[in-house]
Design a protein around this ligand. Structure first.
Ligand code: G4P
Length: 527
């Protein structure tokens, strides 16, 4: 197969949702369709449950298991699908943000009872930043949910994306009859079943009395009214609007009942984009360029201190990755050879000799790689679009064992490279402040520093609202700003300048007082 053919058959995506909306269930059904697993329940075991919140060791263990489910590759028809798992636990949201940098599209799951929830809003923001195409699956139609028109309005309002329903539910909950496909003009009747898949019934003319026979007169009347309204509001879907992230096609179904999932998957492989052109610091890279390039979006550490090796997840962006070849690690300007590379097929890991754009490869790493690193065949460029976001919780690292300072430094550096948290070093006094999205990471860091590096730390809470990366086109003004706010200036892991804002109101005031300074909430920005 040629490089172009390999690219055309690949779809790399992630599923996003608020915990409990049904992401794991949907994943499982998709894997069943792909023949990647044989029975239901196989994916569940790796799910990080919310009730485990207080027990982070359990969560870390689960994360360990979830290396296997981090990337689930499977074939469906002639398409090679790479599904990238994203942790549902909100304390690991940063992991999810980063994983989204490696996908070409996403499927968003919304619970029809709860509607759009907070975590989905945040994740959608990340998708919007990157214009990632989104397909929406409204789940749990077997429950009494919100009115479907209201749900669509809510998605548009809260997620700031236009929607375009491709299927439409006929009632919900106890009286849920099924869905009508608006583009295939066919009806699928609902029978609760975890395994059976109903055949679609073609109803080309919605006014045909056949419809009444299947769903009853009153539901048929309601469906006709709804469809008339929908046809008025939503003209034909323009695929480009989906591909540019402006419009999200919407499906309704029930993942646990395997209802509406096949339509979603069939539409997904038809509409979702193959690997796309990606930006670097110097130029755009097309996937069909002959030379291999890729970037690291995730690092998974081994929890066993005796085996300090890690797995770095590489997204192939162009050309062909070959095991055993020498590649340039651009940040260090060094050549690295990966004789040990893993592909992820469903829940198995297997050694891979070659990989194509869109594929994810697991590389064994002894501490050379960090998130955001680019590998090439020699060209000096770095993939962009893998930013850090401002953390939400900040704490100062207090070293409790001066004899282990070196170990602490090393441990902190490595944990930050893995992306466990972000560290900011103040210009004044070299105070080190760790920032995370969730409270859990502090326990993880404390435990791992002690167990893997022998360093003892405590954390002192800091009164910080946001870390803002700062820039200015006026060097003099920037220097003046830094001088006047010295106590609040720190450097991030890459040595970029950060302003540590104590409160929202104060940040606003500082922004008003220093109009020449730009404040950014992500580490990557254009001036
Ligand atoms: P998540 O990964 O997004 O957190 O959600 P997950 O798939 O684990 O689903 C959360 C709960 O919602 C599960 O129930 C799951 O069975 C249920 N669920 C998923 N899809 C549907 C659906 O279409 N209809 C209904 N009624 N429920 C659905 P649980 O009780 O938490 O777990 P379990 O005991 O069923 O495994």
């Amino acid at each position: 197969m040629t490089l172009e053919q390999e690219i055309a058959k690949r779809r790399t995506f992630g599923i996003i949702s608020h915990p409990d909306a049904g992401k794991t269930t949907l994943t499982e059904k998709l894997l069943l369709f792909g023949g990647a697993i044989q029975k239901a329940g196989a994916v569940k075991s790796s799910k990080i449950k919310d009730h485990a919140r207080s027990d982070w060791m359990e969560i870390e263990k689960q994360r360990g298991i979830s290396v296997a489910t981090s990337v689930m590759g499977f074939n469906y028809h002639d398409i090679k699908i790479n599904l990238l798992d994203t942790p549902g636990h909100q304390d690991f949201a940063e992991d999810t943000y980063r994983t989204l940098t490696a996908v070409d599209s996403v499927i968003m799951v919304v619970d029809c009872v709860k509607g759009v929830e907070m975590q989905t809003e945040k994740l959608m923001e990340v998708c919007r930043m990157r214009n990632t195409p989104v397909l929406c699956f409204i789940n749990k139609l077997d429950r009494e949910g919100q009115d479907p028109f209201d749900l669509l309005d809510e998605i548009e309002a809260k997620l700031k994306i236009k929607v375009h329903p491709l299927s439409w539910p006929i009632s919900m909950g106890k009286t849920f009859k099924g869905v009508y496909s608006l583009y295939e003009k066919s009806l699928k009747l609902f029978t609760p079943s975890k395994t059976k898949i109903e055949e679609a019934i073609e109803i080309l003319d919605i006014n045909s009395p056949e419809l009444d026979q299947y769903i009853g007169e009153s539901y048929a009347i309601k469906l006709r009214e709804d469809v008339e309204l929908l046809n008025g509001v939503y003209p034909e879907l323009d695929v480009h609007d989906y591909l540019s992230g402006k419009v999200a096609p919407v499906f309704f179904g029930s993942a646990v009942n395997n209802f509406g999932v096949k339509e979603l998957l069939d539409t997904f492989i038809r509409l979702a984009p193959p690997p796309l052109v990606r930006e670097t610091t110097t130029r755009e890279v097309k996937p069909d360029e002959k030379k291999f390039t890729g970037f690291i979006f995730k690092i998974h550490a081994n929890m066993d201190p005796k085996h300090r090796n890690r797995i770095a997840f590489l997204r192939v962006c162009s050309g062909k990755f070959e095991r055993g070849s020498n590649y340039l690690h651009v940040r260090n300007d060094k050549s690295i050879r990966f004789s040990n590379a893993t592909a992820f097929m469903a829940q198995d890991r297997e050694t891979v000799d070659e990989a194509w754009p869109g594929d994810i490869v697991g590389l064994f790493d002894t501490g050379n790689l960090k998130i955001g690193d680019t590998l090439t065949e020699g060209e000096k460029m770095i993939y962009t679009g893998i930013p850090s976001f401002s953390p939400e919780i900040f704490k100062e690292v207090i070293n409790k064992d001066a004899m282990k300072t070196k170990q602490l430094e090393k441990g902190l550096l490595q944990l930050m490279e893995e992306g466990v948290a972000q560290m900011f070093t103040y210009e004044l006094g070299k105070k080190k402040v760790v920032g995370t999205v969730g409270a859990l990471q502090f326990e993880v860091i404390q435990f791992r520093l002690l167990n893997e590096y022998g360093a003892t730390v405590e954390f002192a809470p800091q009164h910080i609202y946001k870390a803002c990366w700062i820039s200015s086109t006026d060097e003099k003004k920037l220097a003046e700003f830094i001088a006047s706010k010295q106590r609040h200036i720190a450097l991030d892991k890459d040595g970029k300048l950060v302003f540590m804002a104590e409160s929202k109101a104060w940040l606003q005031m500082v922004q008003d007082n220093f109009p020449e300074i730009k404040f950014h909430f992500t580490s990557e920005f254009k001036d």
